[in-house]
Design a protein around this ligand. Structure first.
Ligand SMILES: [Zn+2]
Length: 233
């Protein structure tokens, strides 16, 4: 993150406070804060109907960037308003850890597609700058002929390009799997978050790689993801 020079620091913190107030006003569940944790994390508890922001102790030097704080609070707001799955992906207990590792970034990106749209509404300057930065970074990697080595890279690159197209109106030239990922995102209206839409997006993204699909199933009263191999015959 680029730190503002001293004369702008006051204006910047005023702008941040305004964004935070706008964001916090949208919550109905109380937002509690806990200090002295090892990491910054936000937990949304659908049973107690409360959000808990965990701040790292100062000595850990892990104070999140403002953008990260906004992003996690965006997840929390969607978890409250739409469904707890919007907080972070939750998988069936017996999910193969290797599969989860392979696709974790894909499930995260599907949620982030909605978080971004929400933040474009609440914090358009901050979120817009973030989109632009991700687009520049992705475009540069693709120009340098970066191979598409992992699910994570293809999905993150695809989301950066899809976001730029949706919110900035500029289409990028893509091929192959990357085009399919961009299209899967663009088919999903991010300003209308629903569990059904999320599941369709996840399936659309998984379909690009052709090996697995996923569905939300109920385990002890909570919806969790089940990942299944695609049957080939
Ligand atoms: Zn996220």
């Amino acid at each position: 993150m680029i730190l503002a020079k001293r004369p702008n620091a006051g204006a910047r913190s005023a702008a941040r406070k305004e964004v935070m107030d706008r964001l916090l006003a949208r919550f109905e569940w109380p937002v509690e804060e806990e200090f002295m944790h090892s990491e910054f994390e936000v937990h949304s508890d659908p049973v107690r109907k409360v959000h808990v922001v965990q701040w790292p102790r100062e000595s850990a030097h892990k104070e999140p960037a403002f953008e990260r704080y906004l992003h996690e609070m965006g997840h929390a707001l969607l978890a409250e308003k739409v469904h707890p799955q919007f907080s972070r992906p939750s998988f069936l207990r017996n999910t193969d850890p290797a599969l989860r590792n392979t696709y974790q970034a894909l499930f995260d990106a599907a949620l982030d597609w909605y978080v971004q749209a929400l933040l474009m509404e609440i914090a358009p300057d901050q979120q817009g700058a973030d989109l632009d930065a991700r687009f520049r970074q992705t475009a540069q990697m693709l120009r340098q002929g970066a191979a598409l080595p992992s699910v994570e890279f293809v999905v993150d690159a695809g989301m950066a390009l899809a976001s730029f197209q949706r919110f900035r109106g500029l289409e990028a030239d893509t091929q192959g799997k990357l085009t399919e990922v961009v299209q899967a995102f663009l088919r999903t209206p991010p300003d209308k978050p629903t569990l059904f839409g999320l599941q369709s997006l996840v399936r659309g993204l998984l379909g690009v790689f052709g090996m697995h699909t996923a569905s939300l199933v109920s385990e002890k009263g909570f919806e969790r993801w089940r990942i299944d191999a695609v049957k080939k015959d």
